[in-house]
Design a protein around this ligand. Structure first.
Ligand code: PA5
Length: 477
C-alpha cells in the first residue's frame, strides 16, 4: 500500500471551535501517558488470547482462513459448473443477523459497483449477493419469489448460513425455510447448495452441519459476531463476489501495526478513542459517522453495531452500575446536509461528527456546460467528484463556525486494502474505548435478554418463565 488512511482532528480543538467546546493542547499532552499505558494493556490482552479478533489479519489465522475460504469458494463454483454444464453460481443468499450480516453488507457495498445485482452475469464478477438480515416476511418472501422466477433460479443459488450459535431465532427460522425450499426444488442435491459458517466444534448449527454434510467454515473461537467480519464470516461472501480478500487482510494488518504505536499522535485508534471518550465525558456522547461516499454508508451501519453493542453497558468491570456508552449515528453526505445538518449545527451541542472521505474517486462524472442559466452555470466544467468535495468542505466549515467538533478520516481510494484498514481501525478504537470506560466490550447481556424472551414467546421448551415475565410486565401497565 503506497498511501494510507489519514485522520484529521484539527476541528476538535479549542483554537478552531472555541474553548467552551474544543479540546486543549494540554488535554492532548495529558492523554499521552494514559493512552500509552492502554496500548501496553491491549498488547498484553492480545498476547493472553483475550482479543483473538485482533489476530484475524495476522498469521497463523490469516493464512489458515484465506486458504480455507478459497478452497470452499473453488469447491462451490466447481459444483455449480459441473452440475449445470459450465454455468456458475448466480445468486448467493446470506442468512445471518447482527455481526453475522452487517460486515458482509458493508464489504459488498464498499467494494462492488452499486449496480452489481442489476448487472447481467456476463458483465459481473461473481453471483448477485442478497444478505437477508431480517425476518420481515415481505423482505424474505419477495426475495424467494424473485429467485423462483429468475432464470435459471434455484439451480444456480447458493445459501450461506452464518450463525455462531445456530440458535438465533431469526437465522434459525430463515435457515429452516431456505433448506426446505432448496430441497423441494433440487432434491437431495440441495446439500451442495448450502455453505454453513459456524462454531468449529460446538453449538446447534454445528450438529446440523455434521449431520447433513454441508461445506463449512469456522467462526473462530473467541471472536464475537461484531468483531468477525475479517474472519470467514465476512471473507466467504466477499471472495465469492470477487473481492480481493488478501488485500483486505493486508490492509487490516498494516493498520493494526500503526495502532500498536505508543505515541498517541502516530496511533489513529488511540487518538480516536481518546477523543471520542473525552467528548463523551464532556456531554458529547452522540457520535455521527458521515461518509461522503454512498459505498461507505453501510460501513457506518457496521460501525453502529460495533460501537453500540460493545460500549453500551450497565455495569463496569468492578460490577458498579455506570450505564456507559455513546450513541452511534449514521448520516450520508451530501444527502443529510438536506436533512440532519440543521440539527447538527443548531441543535444541542452534544455530538461529534466523524466525516469519512475519499481522496480519489475511481470513476467521476463530468457536469456538461450545455445548459446556460445564470444561477447554475457555475457548475459548468466541474465534476460530481469536485462538487461532493466542495460540499463536504463547506459542511466542515459550517460545523466549525457553530463550534461543533468534527474530524475526518480519509481513505486514499476505494480499495480492499483501505476498507480492511478502516475496519481494523474501528475495532481497535472500540477496544481502547472499552478500556477507557472500564467495561467489557465483548459481551452483550442486554441483547441476550431479548433473545431468550423471544424463545419464551415462541414456545421453546425450558423458556416458559420468560413468556410469563414478558406478559406480566407488559400487561401490568
Ligand atoms: O455481535 C454479536 O455477537 C451479535 O450481533 C451476533 O452476531 C448476532 O446476535 C448473531 O448471533 P449468531 O451468530 O450466534 O447467530
Amino acid at each position: 500500500m503506497t498511501q494510507h488512511l489519514t485522520l484529521d482532528i484539527a476541528n476538535c480543538f479549542a483554537d478552531r471551535i472555541g474553548a467552551g467546546h474544543g479540546l486543549g493542547c494540554t488535554d492532548f499532552d495529558a492523554a499521552q501517558d494514559r493512552m500509552s499505558a492502554l496500548t501496553d494493556r491491549l498488547a498484553a490482552m492480545d498476547r493472553g488470547g483475550e482479543t483473538r479478533w485482533r489476530g484475524l489479519c495476522h498469521d497463523p489465522l490469516r493464512s489458515a482462513h484465506l486458504a480455507a475460504v478459497k478452497r470452499v469458494v473453488a469447491d462451490t463454483n466447481a459444483h455449480f459448473e459441473s452440475a449445470s454444464k459450465g454455468r456458475r453460481c448466480k445468486h448467493l443468499i446470506v442468512l445471518g443477523i447482527g455481526g453475522s450480516a452487517l460486515g458482509n453488507i458493508a464489504l459488498q457495498a464498499a467494494l462492488k459497483e452499486h449496480i452489481h445485482n442489476l448487472t447481467p452475469c456476463t458483465h459481473r464478477t461473481g453471483p448477485r449477493l442478497y444478505v437477508l438480515d431480517n425476518v420481515d416476511p415481505h423482505f424474505v418472501g419477495d426475495h424467494m419469489r424473485h429467485l423462483e422466477i429468475k432464470d435459471p433460479g434455484l439451480a444456480h443459488t447458493a445459501v450461506n448460513v452464518i450463525s455462531k450459535s445456530g440458535e438465533t431465532a431469526e437465522t434459525a427460522a430463515q435457515f429452516m425455510i431456505f433448506r426446505d425450499w432448496l430441497k423441494a426444488h433440487l432434491g437431495e442435491s440441495y446439500r451442495k447448495h448450502i455453505i454453513a459458517i459456524t462454531d468449529p466444534s460446538r453449538g446447534t448449527m454445528r450438529s446440523i452441519v455434521d449431520a447433513e454434510g454441508y461445506a463449512t467454515l469456522p467462526v473462530p473461537d473467541g471472536v464475537g459476531g461484531r468483531f468477525s467480519v475479517l474472519s470467514p464470516v465476512g471473507l466467504f461472501s466477499a471472495a465469492m463476489c470477487g473481492i480481493d480478500i488478501d488485500a483486505l487482510l493486508a490492509g487490516a494488518a498494516a493498520m493494526d501495526q500503526r495502532c500498536q504505536s505508543r505515541t498517541l499522535k502516530d496511533n489513529p485508534a488511540a487518538m480516536l478513542a481518546w477523543l471520542l471518550m473525552e467528548f463523551t465525558k464532556r456531554g458529547k456522547g452522540n457520535h455521527v459517522m458521515m461518509p461522503y461516499c454512498n459505498a461507505l454508508y453501510s460501513l457506518a451501519d457496521w460501525y453502529r453495531q460495533l460501537w453500540a453493542e460493545s460500549l453500551g453497558k450497565r455495569l463496569d468491570l468492578g460490577g458498579r452500575e455506570v450505564f456507559a456508552g455513546a450513541t452511534p449515528i449514521k448520516a450520508l453526505g451530501t444527502t443529510d446536509q438536506h436533512s440532519q445538518v440543521q440539527l447538527y449545527r443548531e441543535g444541542p451541542n452534544d455530538k461529534v461528527i466523524g466525516f469519512v472521505d475519499l481522496a480519489q474517486w475511481e470513476r467521476d462524472v463530468p457536469i456538461p456546460s450545455t445548459l446556460e442559466v445564470d444561477a447554475i452555470s457555475y457548475l459548468h466544467g466541474h465534476t460530481l467528484g469536485q462538487l461532493i468535495a466542495a460540499e463536504k468542505r463547506a459542511t466542515e466549515y459550517a460545523l466549525v463556525e457553530s463550534e461543533r467538533p468534527n474530524f475526518t478520516i480519509t481513505l486514499p481510494r476505494l480499495t480492499a486494502e483501505h476498507v480492511g484498514a478502516f475496519i481494523q481501525l474501528w475495532e481497535v478504537v472500540t477496544a481502547y474505548a472499552g478500556l477507557i470506560l472500564n467495561i467489557n466490550a465483548y459481551d452483550q447481556p442486554a441483547v441476550e435478554t431479548g433473545k431468550v424472551a423471544t424463545f419464551g414467546l415462541m414456545g421453546r421448551a425450558g423458556f416458559k418463565e420468560w413468556k410469563q415475565k414478558v406478559e406480566r410486565t407488559l400487561e401490568s401497565s
